[in-house]
Design a binder for this molecule. Structure first.
Ligand SMILES: [Zn+2]
Length: 151
């Protein structure tokens, strides 16, 4: 009888531990999920989202801390795609509340993209580098370049 109780207690303790781990994971994501399924660019204020559209153009959307869309103001962006076919520089123009690339990303994927972000025309540019991986993540169902999982 005593052994049974001990096993039950142990099982209960394990369960609590497991649930706590799951709950903590939900709140401690490495990357915030963005509304349009793109990649949240670190160190940008308001938060900039890098979205690869179906036609391979890139849209940059902006969000406040509550992840509500805010219009682009003084921010400018240049993206450099280090594709196998050679480096391609994408310039962006304002379209509505967002910035939209004038050219498309080069064919293929798995190459590095460097986003040069400037808060204002005179600000120091911030370089954000990531790999363009368009495969769908099995866990969060987002494209790998925008994956919100902690791996
Ligand atoms: Zn994921």
């Amino acid at each position: 009888m005593k052994t049974h109780l001990r096993i039950l207690t142990l099982a209960a303790a394990l369960c609590v531990g497991l649930f706590t781990a799951i709950a903590a994971d939900k709140h401690d994501h490495a990357h915030k999920a963005t509304p349009k399924g793109g990649r949240l660019l670190d160190k940008t204020e308001p938060h900039a989202e890098f979205v690869v559209e179906k036609d391979r153009t890139v849209t940059i959307n902006f969000y406040n801390d509550e992840m509500k869309a805010v219009p682009v103001t003084t921010q400018t962006i240049t993206a450099i795609a280090d594709a196998k076919s050679g480096k391609a520089t994408l310039q962006f123009e304002k379209k509505g509340d967002s910035l939209v690339s004038k050219a498309k990303l080069p064919d293929g994927e798995g190459y590095n993209v460097v986003v040069q972000f400037k808060q204002t025309a005179d600000a120091k540019p911030v370089n954000l580098r990531f790999k363009l991986d368009l495969a769908t993540c099995g866990e969060c169902k987002r494209a790998e370049y925008a994956c919100t999982c902690d791996h």
